[in-house]
Design a protein around this ligand. Structure first.
Ligand SMILES: [Zn+2]
Ligand SMILES: [Zn+2]
Length: 101
């Protein structure tokens, strides 16, 4: 993935690069004419690694009061054992109740 817009170095106009980069030359550079000021400038395509990130969420088990990273929340897990009293449960408590249910 790369930033799909490039600013004209002459007038600052933002050019959408999401199309037209299919036939990239081997050095990832190509010349482009600004459609606003008409100047020609060189575009260098940079490739950056992309990472996905998500928050780590901790919650407290309503059964054993442990703070756990992997938990089951009522309404998000089906079927939810009926004998569990509360909203959030750690895996051991969940599976224990699941078996007993
Ligand atoms: Zn320009
Ligand atoms: Zn628990």
């Amino acid at each position: 993935m790369f930033d799909e817009t490039v600013d004209c170095p002459y007038c600052g106009h933002e050019h959408d690069m999401s199309e037209g980069t299919v036939d990239l030359p081997s050095d990832n550079k190509f010349d482009k004419n600004c459609d606003i000021c008409g100047e020609e400038f060189e575009v260098e395509v940079e490739f950056h690694p992309s990472y996905g990130a998500s928050k780590i969420i901790y919650d407290t088990c309503d059964c054993c009061s442990e703070t756990v990273r992997d938990f089951y929340r009522k309404g998000f897990v089906l079927p939810f054992p009926e004998n569990l009293n509360g909203e959030v449960f750690c895996k051991p408590c969940f599976y224990k109740a699941y078996k007993e249910d």
